[in-house]
Design a binder for this molecule. Structure first.
Ligand SMILES: *Cc1c(COP(=O)(O)O)cnc(C)c1O
Length: 359
């Protein structure tokens, strides 16, 4: 018997999206961002499906080690770099690319000279996001210190990250790009700037390496345009089934707290999906799901293992009917809007008890 709730992963869509991104990237190399379990899509499986990517990127060392343990030999960029000598030693051993965003990381490189000879370095400049990176006024000294390492770095690249690329024609983005150009003026290094939003956004960034995450998974980073219109296909379809159908009279309520009362005699389908699976409780605020492929609204509170759907308008819904929570036919962006969050968060929240199933 197939499990009730499962996240069906379409690796064909993943490869399709990579091709769309590559066309959009105009010759830039593509770093596929697979942090956070590949945005909930399964780290190793996603990396294997994306074998045409020029590099992979993860946030933490453990994620990189898991990729290497899965036999993946592609270049891996550690987006937050390393935080101890022990981590640096592992990074050397596993041939990882390191982002260097803080003076303490330069100190580690000074203490372990073979690192800079073995690990390509991506020096991060903070151009206004104020999260990671050397502020422009500190960057020249940081770069000089790296160039002066006892074993000079084999490869140096320069990176920055944009805070508002999902807002079209955004002045913040223009200002960040301006600061980046000023800080890197006259330097011959390759650069990496664009995330998904910058890749598909209106402000051209112009860089040698792009770093898409969300777009790979077939979701749009923009509020005003869905992934379909960017040519992207959804990769994850979160599916479950109806496990009970109840017929309730007008005025009766459903679920914990009795937060919803039937405005008329209603048919309610109970679906095996809840916040224990990563289906946010805030979805109760007007989200829809597909039952037998047809849209139907959630009613009442989402519980840990179940949620309720009003199927009064859908005749013939029975136990076993398939339910799509998001994915094919129901963009995760739409569901995220109902939940007052973003697609990133819903995708990453799918909990470990939900099996990932190749399509
Ligand atoms: C997560 C991340 C990305 C990918 O961002 P998307 O919006 O998912 O495309 C790129 N660069 C850095 C530094 C990141 O942390």
């Amino acid at each position: 018997m197939s499990p009730l709730i499962r996240a069906v992963i379409d690796s064909h869509a993943l490869r399709h999206n990579l091709r769309v991104i590559r066309a959009r990237a105009a010759g830039a190399r593509v770093i596929a961002v697979v942090k956070a379990n590949a945005y909930g899509h399964g780290l190793a499986g996603t990396a294997l499906a994306l074998d045409e990517a020029d590099a992979l990127a993860v946030a933490r060392l453990e994620e990189a080690l898991a990729l290497r343990a899965a036999g993946i030999g592609t270049r891996i960029v550690l987006l937050e770099g390393v935080f101890s000598l022990a981590e640096l030693a592992e990074a050397i051993y596993e041939r990882l690319d390191l982002v260097v965003h803080d003076a303490s990381q330069i100190e580690l490189l000074e203490r372990l000279p073979e690192a800079s000879a073995r690990c390509p370095l991506w020096v991060k400049i903070d151009t206004g996001m104020n999260r990671l990176g050397f502020p422009p006024r500190e960057f020249p000294a940081a770069l000089a210190r790296l160039r002066g390492l006892s074993s000079p770095p084999r490869e140096i690249r320069l990176v920055t990250h944009l805070a508002c690329a999902n807002e079209r024609e955004d002045e913040v983005t223009r200002a960040q790009l301006q600061r980046f150009r000023a800080a890197t003026h006259g330097l011959e290094y390759e650069v990496s700037i664009a995330n998904s939003a910058a890749l598909f956004g209106a402000v051209p960034t112009g860089c040698h390496w792009v770093r898409p995450g969300l777009a790979l998974y077939g979701a749009s980073p923009f509020a005003d345009c869905d992934a379909g219109s960017l040519g992207l296909l959804p990769v994850m379809t979160l599916m479950s089934s109806v496990i009970a159908v109840r017929h309730i009279a007008r005025g009766e309520s459903v679920g914990y707290g009795g937060r919803w009362a039937a405005p008329q005699d209603s048919a309610i389908a109970i679906v095996a999906a809840g916040y224990g699976d990563g289906v946010h409780r805030s979805l109760a605020n007007g989200a829809v799901v597909l039952v037998n492929g047809v849209r139907a609204p959630l009613v009442g509170s989402v519980s840990m293992d179940m949620l309720a759907v009003d199927v009064s308008e859908l005749p013939g819904v029975r136990v076993g009917a398939p339910v799509v929570l998001w994915g094919e036919g129901l963009p995760v962006e739409e569901t995220a809007r109902c939940a007052g969050t973003i697609a990133y968060e819903l995708l990453c929240s799918v909990s470990p008890r939900v099996p990932l199933e190749p399509r």
